[in-house]
Write a protein that binds this ligand. Structure first.
Ligand code: ZN
Ligand code: ZN
Length: 256
């Protein structure tokens, strides 16, 4: 008799989510018009860049103000991969790590919110389904990209399926992926909890967003720091509120 292991269940859950994402991007145009599909793909891409930068700033604020035991699982993975010599943690625990982007508490809340906003603003069930699929796709791309950056060139063929590698190389050759920027982001790994100034926060192309994130971190968030207080993370939570409002407004524009 077969005895499924817990990791089988999480791999199956992850496979379902990533397949839904792929279906949304590759076949969404079969359900809705190709113009609306193209618009949704572009829209979801930029929403994801904003989401990623805000999560990244929040994680780094937590590294400064909170203790490791208080981090969410996603923040714990992010913190460990910032420790010198520990950057393989993401690919070594790939399923557990990628699942934090979909099933951990904060991620689940975000996806539920996104789905509710999509149901409220978009006109029909097909459009909601395609939008949500595309949303999951970009979440998955961002998750895998973090692993990809830290896997040795020679190891990449072993670590990733050929389809995934092809997609990632395509992103790299289009200039959508900022490999050098990510390397720069790791320049301060030795002092990650000691409020270093950071030169780059984004991993993918998005005009002006990295400058905005660097300004917020170096000129605003670092200046809020008071020992024993959590003013940096509170400011990031205010940023999440703005993000939620922006999501609703932008989705309303999508319906016009
Ligand atoms: Zn980081
Ligand atoms: Zn990294």
């Amino acid at each position: 008799m077969l005895h499924p292991r817990p990791e089988d269940a999480s791999q199956l859950a992850y496979a379902l989510v990533s397949t839904t994402g792929l279906m949304g991007v590759l076949f969404g145009w079969l359900l809705i018009s190709w113009r609306v599909h193209a618009l949704i793909v572009v829209w979801a891409y930029f929403q994801h860049q904003l989401f990623f930068v805000l999560s990244h700033l929040t994680f780094h604020a937590m590294f400064v103000e909170h203790e490791f035991k208080d981090y969410s699982l996603g923040a714990q993975f992010a913190f460990i991969h910032h420790q010198p010599g520990q950057q393989n943690v993401l690919s070594e625990h790939w399923c557990e790590y990628r699942s934090t982007w979909f099933f951990a508490g904060p991620a689940l809340r975000l996806h539920t919110f996104t789905l509710l906003v999509a149901c409220y603003t978009l006109s029909n069930a097909q459009t909601v389904a395609v939008y949500f699929g595309v949303w999951l796709f970009f979440m998955n791309v961002q998750a895998i990209l973090q692993e990809y950056f830290h896997v040795d060139l020679k190891e990449r063929n072993k670590r990733f399926m050929s389809g995934t590698l092809l997609g990632l190389r395509l992103l790299e050759s289009c200039g959508l992926v900022n490999f050098e920027g990510h390397k720069k982001h790791h320049h301060h790994d030795n002092e990650i909890s000691a409020r270093p100034e950071i030169e780059t926060f984004t991993d993918m192309w998005c005009p002006g967003l990295n400058q905005l994130a660097v300004y917020c971190w170096n000129r605003k968030l670092l200046k809020l720091h008071q020992p024993g207080q959590r003013r940096m993370t509170t400011a990031c939570h205010a940023g999440w509120l703005c993000f939620a409002v922006l999501m609703v407004l932008s989705m309303l524009c999508l319906t016009v």
